[in-house]
Every structure is written in C-alpha cells, then in structure tokens.
Design a protein around this ligand. Structure first.
Ligand SMILES: [Zn+2]
Length: 321
C-alpha cells in the first residue's frame, strides 16, 4: 500500500519498525492505530545499506502533500533515545554509534524519535492495547530474548542514559547459566526460548529420560508440544522457566508496583505450562500480598504491530503541543 498521491491532513506520523527480518513503515493519523499506508522491505541486517533501505521504505509511503509531523522508530538496542544514536551493537554491524534520528531529521526535514522495541511495545500497549487506562504498566516480551518496558506514573521510563529498562538482564543467580549478553544468571538465561532449549539439551546429555532427543530439533515450541504430550523433562523445563520468571516479576513488582503485567513474545503464548509455575512462584515471593491485589496479568494485544504502534505513540507524545 503506497502513499503516493494520498492527500492527508496536517500532522500525520510515520512509524518505522526495524525487525530482524523486515523493515516496516506505516503512515498514521495521530491517535488512530489504523495506518493510512504501510510498506515493508527485507532488513538484511548483515548487508550494507540498511539506512538507505529505511529511507526508501519511508519515501514509498510519504504522503502526496508531504504533511508529516514526525517520524518514530522502533529498533533493537542498545540505543540512546535521548540522542537518537544506535550504540555499538551486534544486531546491525554497519551501525556502530550510528546517528539514526539525526540523519532522519536531516534527510526528511521533520523531527525523529527513537526507542528500543520492548519499550515501544510497552508504550504501544499502553496507548492502544491491553494497558490502556493504566498509570503503571510492566511489559515483558518472552521470546528469543527477554525484553522489558515500564510505564511509571503515565510516563515511559527511559532513564538517565536512556538504558531503562533492560529487565531481561536482571541478575537472578550470579552463578547461573550464561546469558546471550555474556553475563551469568540473567532472567533471559533462564526463561527465554533458547534458555529452555539449552536446559533440555543439557539434561538429555546428562542422561535424563525424555521423548526429546539432544540431536533433534529442540526449541521452545517443540518442547512445549512434548510437554503437552506429558513429557516430564519438557514439563520440568517450563516449570523452571516459569519459576524464574516469577522470581523476576516479584522483583519488578517491588520496584515498579504496576497495576498490569503484560506478556508478549512467542514463548509467553504456551499458556499454563509456563504461567501456572509462574503464578505459584510469584505468589510465593512477593513480600506483601498487597502487591497482588487487583493486579492484572494479560497477554499483549497488538501482536506484530506493537513496534509500529509504539513508534507512533512515541512520536505523537514527543511532538504534542
Ligand atoms: Zn544478559
């Protein structure tokens, strides 16, 4: 769906989501989650020209009368939302301390705003999705990694360096398994999809009985299927992931005291397999039962559009009079 020739009222916003597979852009009117136009290209993160591909997809939906108020961008971190720089990152090798929003502002002559995909998923859910109307929100994405975003007192927490809130790298056991970031015992090293698969593989190699095979396809989905067939090792792997997730969320309740916890990401859609042990662990660990009174625990509502809608929300908040 192209933007060529579309005449729109003043104040439209272009949202961009830099995914590992696709680079998407959409044109929105403020406060309306239905896009006027949207387009996507392959990101090809390892190949030169990611920024040029981004320029191309933005131009392809630029409205005919050019009345764009701002550009919002959701990107994998680490990044600095205050300066709009992507920091040194393995995600996109050619972007090392890369001035993303300064370049966009220069090239498109509109203000541009940036934050990481988990923060913007939280902001999107708060503005348009499952957390509408809540003042204090905790969002967790449990997938290949564990991402987190927090709305505190109606504001997205970004922090002094713009590094808040890396909840997946919360230390649960300093002697625990290695995280993808290189440190030990982070939440992500216990409860992400690859962490669940690694636990199963290690137990299989140690001789545990299971219908799964160490040399077979082991991922969060295949292990969930085995668990639903009654495989004890697969059930234990999710029990462990849920147990640690409960420990982490107890810490987050103590820090942020939200009225809603929202879960997104593929692993969180396995249901009771993860959430029964999660709830048992959480209830056991909050230091006062008051934290759980009226607390809502819900699944994310925005699906694949969470990044785009969060980028829209960021840009419209930043430019609102
Ligand atoms: Zn980590």
């Amino acid at each position: 769906m192209k933007g060529d020739g579309i005449i729109v009222r003043v104040g439209t916003i272009i949202a961009v989501d830099i995914g590992g597979t696709h680079l998407r852009a959409a044109l929105y009117e403020p406060n309306n989650p239905r896009p006027i136009a949207h387009e996507r290209v392959a990101t090809r993160t390892g190949e030169p020209g990611v920024y040029q591909r981004m320029q191309g997809v933005i131009r392809s939906i630029w409205p005919g009368n050019g009345s764009v108020q701002a550009i919002g961008v959701a990107s994998p971190g680490p990044l600095d939302p205050h300066t709009g720089y992507i920091l040194k990152t393995p995600n996109i090798p050619e972007w090392q301390d890369f001035p993303l929003t300064p370049n966009l502002s220069r090239d498109f002559n509109v203000p541009a705003f940036l934050d990481n995909d988990a923060n913007l998923a939280a902001l999107g859910e708060w503005t348009f999705g499952a957390a509408k109307g809540h003042r204090d929100v905790l969002y967790l994405s449990v997938s290949t990694g564990v991402g987190g975003g927090v709305i505190a007192d109606n504001h997205l927490l970004q922090g002094y360096h713009g590094l808040a809130t890396e909840l997946g790298h919360t230390i649960l056991d300093p002697d625990g398994p290695l995280c993808s970031c290189g440190f030990a015992g982070h939440l992500e090293a216990f409860s992400s999809g690859p962490a669940i698969a690694r636990y199963v593989r290690e137990r299989l190699e140690a001789g545990a009985a299971s219908s799964l095979r160490a040399d077979g396809k082991l991922d969060a989905l295949s292990i969930a299927e085995a668990a639903k067939r009654g495989d004890e090792l697969a059930i234990a792997a999710y029990r462990r992931a849920g147990e640690y997730l409960g420990i982490a969320v107890a810490n987050f309740l103590h820090a942020f005291d939200p009225s809603i916890v929202i879960f997104g990401g593929g692993v969180s859609f396995v249901g009771p397999l993860l959430f029964d042990p999660f709830m048992a662990s959480l209830k056991k660990r909050v230091f006062h039962p008051r934290y759980l009174e009226g607390l809502k625990i819900e699944m994310a509502a925005l699906g694949d559009d969470a990044g785009l809608l969060g980028a829209l929300a960021l840009a419209q908040l930043a430019t609102k009079a």
